[in-house]
Design a protein around this ligand. Structure first.
Ligand SMILES: NC(=O)c1ccc[n+]([C@@H]2O[C@H](COP(=O)([O-])OP(=O)(O)OC[C@H]3O[C@@H](n4cnc5c(N)ncnc54)[C@H](OP(=O)(O)O)[C@@H]3O)[C@@H](O)[C@H]2O)c1
Length: 241
């Protein structure tokens, strides 16, 4: 884990179709990247102290947010990281299901980030399920404060957020994203209600939009692996390969 004191370096890693969707409209298809994309996901996780996911993604994809094949755990240890990343679930209202798969996997601690107005019964339930619960000052999770807490409490210097669109939009709006990894996959899902990379309320004006520079693009088979860096991040140490 990092010994620094600044804000963690924040990555967003997502796979999307050629029409910008991250799942089908009926949400039946949630994983559609190739084996190369899975390798990319696990390789990125293996550089990070923590993985962050929204409540709906954790529930709908049965995510346990682990290392994948053992070579990635070994890569972590060679880098001086813990054997498994800290797992962080964002659930502002504490609605995350108690039967989500993540609760049955104790490979590493699970942290839940909530808002201030969580129903006391839900909060008690979360405290029983999770290893740590952090409550944000407002209704929405304040990500600058939450990630600062992850840094000071667990030494998280680098974290990867893996969606979904609701969480991503809040992160972009909070201005905490340093790097975006997008795998562009050769499908079109269509569907007005199919989720996209960033949902939520969005930015009303071009001048307000989150802005990035393309720093890397690689083709593997029919997929493009794109890396964007936030302008404000130019001076921060990334690990783009
Ligand atoms: N293709 C890909 O790479 C990829 C990756 C991930 C997910 N997905 C897909 O994306 C879909 C899920 O996306 P989604 O947007 O519906 O859900 P999501 O972002 O995974 O989770 C949304 C939930 O996270 C919590 N949350 C998010 N932002 C918050 C904030 N600022 N403050 C407090 N709580 C916050 C809320 O939980 P509470 O309701 O508890 O308040 C909210 O309901 C699924 O279909 C999944 O398969 C695709």
């Amino acid at each position: 884990m990092s010994t620094g004191t600044g804000a963690p370096f924040v990555l967003v890693n997502m796979a999307m179709t050629a029409d910008g969707k991250i799942a089908t409209a009926n949400r039946a298809v949630t994983t559609f990247g190739s084996a190369s994309d899975q390798e990319h996901l696990h390789a990125l996780r293996a550089t990070c102290d923590a993985i962050v996911c929204g409540a709906r993604t954790v529930e709908e994809t049965d995510a346990t947010l682990g290392n994948g094949p053992d070579r990635y755990r070994r890569a972590r240890l060679r880098r001086g990281l813990s054997g498994s990343p800290l797992r962080v679930v964002v659930s502002g209202t504490g609605s995350i299901s108690p039967s989500a798969a993540i609760w049955g996997d104790r490979a590493s601690p699970v942290v839940v980030l909530t808002g201030a107005q969580v129903d006391p019964a839900k909060l008690a339930r979360l405290r029983a399920l999770a290893d740590h619960v952090w409550s944000s000052p407002g209704d929405e999770v304040d990500f600058a404060a939450a990630f600062g807490w992850l840094r000071s409490r667990f030494g998280v210097g680098r974290l990867v957020c893996e969606g979904g669109g609701g969480l991503n939009e809040a992160l972009f709006r909070a201005g905490v994203v340093d790097e975006v990894h997008l795998t562009l996959c050769p499908f079109v899902f269509g569907g007005r209600s199919a989720p996209t990379i960033a949902e939520g309320i969005g930015f009303p004006r071009l001048a307000d939009a989150a802005r990035f520079s393309l720093v890397s693009s690689k083709r593997r088979g029919d997929e493009m692996f794109l890396v964007y860096r936030a302008a404000r991040t130019a001076a921060r140490p990334g690990l783009t390969s």
